[in-house]
Ligand binder design. Structure first.
Ligand code: NDP
Length: 461
């Protein structure tokens, strides 16, 4: 008999773990996967998928409003939060069932239990106490919302875990944070009719994004009535008669019905027994891995947010797939983490790939910038004061497109396609050779001819 019960034990049935389990099983491995909560992980259960459904819901208000300019009279509209949440839950249940069915069809054994490492080859299932001996182990436990500082009244604050299950739509909500989740939920709640205050500790939202994108999005969010308070922190939250009183670091107080912190996520490693197995963490608490997602222990691997590389679902899926192909499929695959397109489902949407202007100017001797801001066609009859923004960053020496940044409707859809061109090392001349599709917003990508600026780096002494 083999010394092992399984070839692969996966801890965590989220995007990365599920993909790895299915591909490994497809290569003939005997695979077991443990999940302590729900199969599907953050993305499916309380992340990307339910969030996007809420984003869709939030956009109807604009459509009803804008319809008038096109001759429609839309009667009185009402919105019912419990209906949205119930329908969203039904869809999430359906997706979870599909994930389970796919795993079972791939001959992966699912165990509904928290799993912890006993040593480098043995995993304990807490639900039954059973010990499973595994030849290889994959840790795919994702991340967990982190509330930042331990302020007074933190028990009144919700995170992105709870926001999907609120009993009612808050009339007034304060969101702390300036990243993906904060700006996305600010747009969702505003679209659904809430008064929204966003509190961010830095100068402007979406740190790390191109400065023009940050400025444009902030302006558009403010035009929609979202109050953005920067260089401030939430210092305390207190329950009062008519809601929650939020004290800010500038001594202002804001009364709201709900407070949500979207202050980042941390790798989910607590209590996993990593020390017993000898798996090392980096200085930020993420599992240290090499380019094959291998940890400090030869036969233990980790993928996705628990490794804090690029915390996005498609990246976790790629990492899980590459791990399974490498270890069980006899093909060494290294995931390319460069030039990853990403979208922020804010209102308006943001889609970006590649370098920001600041990064390009830091790395390249000569950088050409093309950018435009315009009112899209639909907004004219809608009489809506909103503008889209497009920016292309080009290596002035080779003409290669280094980055593309879009703010506006369907930016996420557009950037996926721009990503193909950028991964193929397209030049600005390649973009220009493409005939425009008229009338669209995306045609700006192939019609921007006038440089907004050229930056030439001074040669180092
Ligand atoms: P982000 O890391 O994007 O943003 C965290 C925000 O919280 C930053 O603005 C940060 O400020 C601020 N912050 C951090 N610590 C504190 C603190 N102690 N006090 C006050 N503010 C603080 O995390 P999110 O929570 O928004 O999202 C988590 C991850 O999920 C992201 O990394 C993203 O990759 C992923 N995600 C992706 C989505 C998508 O692809 N559309 C959607 C949602 C999430 P500062 O900028 O100063 O550090």
């Amino acid at each position: 008999m083999s010394d092992f019960d399984v070839d692969l034990f996966v801890i965590g049935a989220g995007s990365g773990g599920v993909r790895a389990a299915r591909i490994a099983a497809g290569h003939g491995a005997k695979v077991m996967i443990a999940e302590e909560f729900r199969v599907g992980g953050t993305c499916v259960i309380r992340g990307c998928v339910p969030k996007k459904l809420l984003v869709y819901a939030s956009r109807f208000a604009d459509e009803f409003h804008d319809a008038a300019g096109f001759g429609w009279s839309v009667g009185e509209t009402t919105f019912d939060w419990p209906t949205l949440i119930a329908n969203k839950d039904r869809e999430i249940d359906r997706l979870e069932s599909a994930y389970v069915a796919n795993l079972e069809r791939s001959n992966v054994k699912i165990v509904r239990s928290r799993a912890v490492l006993e040593d480098a080859h043995r995993v304990r299932l807490l639900a039954t106490g059973q010990i499973v001996r595994a030849k290889h182990i994959l840790i795919a436990t994702g991340g967990w919302p982190h509330p930042g500082a331990d302020i007074a009244g933190l028990e009144h604050v919700i995170s992105s875990n709870e926001v999907f299950h609120l009993k009612e739509l808050p009339r007034r909500i304060l969101i702390q944070g300036g990243g993906y989740i904060a700006v996305e939920f600010a747009g969702i709640f505003r679209g659904l009719g809430s008064e929204v205050t966003l509190v961010y500790r830095g100068d402007n939202i979406l740190r790390g994004f191109d400065e023009d994108v940050r400025a444009h999005l902030r302006g558009e969010m403010e035009k929609r009535g979202i109050t953005i308070l920067t260089r401030r922190l939430v210092e305390a939250v207190e329950k009062v008669d008519h809601g929650l009183c939020v004290s800010l670091s500038d001594h202002e107080q804001v009364i709201v019905d709900q407070v949500m912190f979207a202050t980042g996520r941390r790798p989910n490693v607590s209590g996993l027994g990593l020390d017993k197995a000898g798996v090392q963490l980096d200085d930020k608490g993420a599992i240290k891995v090499d380019r094959f997602s291998r940890t400090s222990v030869r036969h233990i691997y980790a993928v996705g947010d628990v490794t804090d590389r690029v915390n996005l679902t498609p990246v976790a899926i790629r990492e899980g797939h590459a791990f399974a192909d490498t270890v069980f499929g006899g093909k060494e695959i290294v995931v390319d983490h460069s030039d990853i397109p990403t979208a922020v489902f804010s209102e308006p949407e943001v889609g970006v790939i590649g370098l920001t202007e600041a990064e390009a100017r830091h790395r390249y001797a000569r950088v050409d910038i093309y950018k435009t801001s315009f009112r899209s066609m639909k907004m004219t009859l809608a009489a809506r004061d909103t503008r889209s923004f497009f920016k292309i960053i080009v290596d002035g020496e080779t003409d290669r497109v280094l980055g593309c940044h879009i703010v506006g409707p369907e930016a996420g859809e557009m950037i996926q396609l721009v990503g193909i061109a950028i991964k193929m090392n397209a030049t600005k001349a390649d973009f220009d050779r493409v005939m425009a599709v008229h009338p669209t917003a995306a045609e700006e990508l192939v019609t921007m001819r006038t440089k907004a600026a050229t930056y030439i780096r001074e040669a180092a002494e």
